[in-house]
Write a new protein. Structure first.
Length: 87
C-alpha cells in the first residue's frame, strides 16, 4: 500500500494513534463521548477496509478510492478531536 499512496500513510498513522489514545481514556468518558466513539468505530473499520483496497488496486480506481479514504480519515480525525474535547 505504501508504494501506491504514500501520502495517506502518515494520515492513517495519525488517526490510528489518536484512536489508540482515546480508547485508553474512554472508560472515564461521558455517555455522549461513548456514543460518538461507537459511531467513529464504524467509520474507522470502513477506512481500514478502503486502505486495504488501495493496496490491491491500481491506476485510476485506486486514486478515486484514495481520495475518498483521505476524506474519511479527515472526518475521523475531526471526530476523534470532538471525543477528546468531551473527555
Amino acid at each position: 500500500m505504501t508504494e501506491k499512496a504514500p501520502e495517506l500513510q502518515p494520515l492513517m498513522d495519525d488517526v490510528q494513534r489518536q484512536r489508540d489514545e482515546l480508547r485508553l481514556q474512554l472508560h472515564l468518558a461521558k455517555a455522549e463521548a461513548k456514543q460518538e466513539w461507537e459511531h467513529l468505530e464504524v467509520k474507522f473499520d470502513q477506512a481500514r477496509a478502503k486502505m486495504a483496497v488501495i493496496g490491491r488496486e491500481a491506476g485510476k480506481a485506486a486514486h478515486e478510492v484514495g481520495a475518498a479514504l483521505k476524506l474519511a480519515l479527515e472526518e475521523l480525525r475531526k471526530g476523534y478531536d470532538q471525543v477528546r474535547k468531551l473527555l
